[in-house]
Design a protein around this ligand. Structure first.
Ligand code: SAM
Length: 225
């Protein structure tokens, strides 16, 4: 499968088969762009809320139809039995929104290399101190593969070591997606992936900040009436 599909499949696998098997209820896909990940995660058992967030209104607007059930979804064998709410929001990962409370998994596929430094700097606190998900997955191009992003691996590791208080709360694992041709094993894969697991299994007690800067563009409920 093409690389983007390999990334989606890796994310699906992580959410579905993580140590929280079946207990990941709410997921946010930051920088969702064309809302491509959705089709790969919508059938995950236990999931009841997917938030797709992007700063680019036009991309969301053009692709919002993708969250509407297809004919395939109506074939009884594939029909979703458990309720699922899909929300498309126009907003930036730099802003904290109350509706992020109780998010179990944060997904950022090929997002961080597109962020300005100030936004990148604020991201660890939004994710690890405000949202405090059980699982956070980041993918980004591998510097050795993509010479367009010099020193990115170092930057990536520097920025994504959760800061201060949250430092000991997460365990991190690095992985790769999209192996190169034989003989290039030493440079690693096309995309690199960092998977953070919160060590503490308790549900986080996040305090409401009473602010909702994200703009809801579309909400679809499954099963679809
Ligand atoms: N995640 C997508 C996927 O897997 O198909 C691809 C991401 S695309 C390469 C990068 C996206 O990040 C763009 O759609 C862009 O609008 C979005 N983006 C850039 N800055 C952002 C921010 N501060 N908050 C949320 N999304 C942002």
């Amino acid at each position: 499968p093409p690389l983007y599909m390999q990334r989606y499949m890796a994310i699906q696998e992580i959410i579905e088969h993580s140590i929280w098997n079946g207990s990941i209820k709410k997921v946010v896909d930051f920088g969702c762009s064309e809302i491509g990940l959705f089709k790969c995660i919508k059938l995950i058992p236990g999931l009841n809320n997917i938030m797709a967030v992007d700063v680019n209104f036009n991309i969301l607007n053009r692709n919002q139809f993708k969250v509407v059930p297809t004919n395939y979804d109506h074939i009884s064998m594939h029909e979703r039995k458990e309720p699922l709410t899909v929300d498309i929001y126009n907003g930036s990962i730099a802003d904290q929104d109350n509706r992020m409370l109780e998010i179990y998994a944060v997904i950022c596929i090929e997002l961080i290399e597109h962020l300005y430094m100030d936004i990148l700097d604020s991201l660890p606190s939004t994710v690890f101190e405000y949202i405090r998900p059980k699982l956070a997955v980041f993918t980004t191009p591998n510097v050795e593969f993509h010479i367009l992003f010099p020193n990115f691996t170092t930057e990536f590791r520097r920025h994504f070591r959760p800061e201060k208080n949250s430092r000991n709360e997460y365990a991190v694992q690095f992985d790769g997606i999209g192996a190169g041709p034989p003989g290039t094993e030493n440079i690693g894969c096309c995309s690199q992936m960092a998977i953070f697991y919160r060590k503490d299994m308790k549900t986080s007690s996040v305090t409401s900040i009473g602010s909702t800067p994200y703009k809801l563009l579309r909400r679809v409920n499954y099963p679809y009436e």
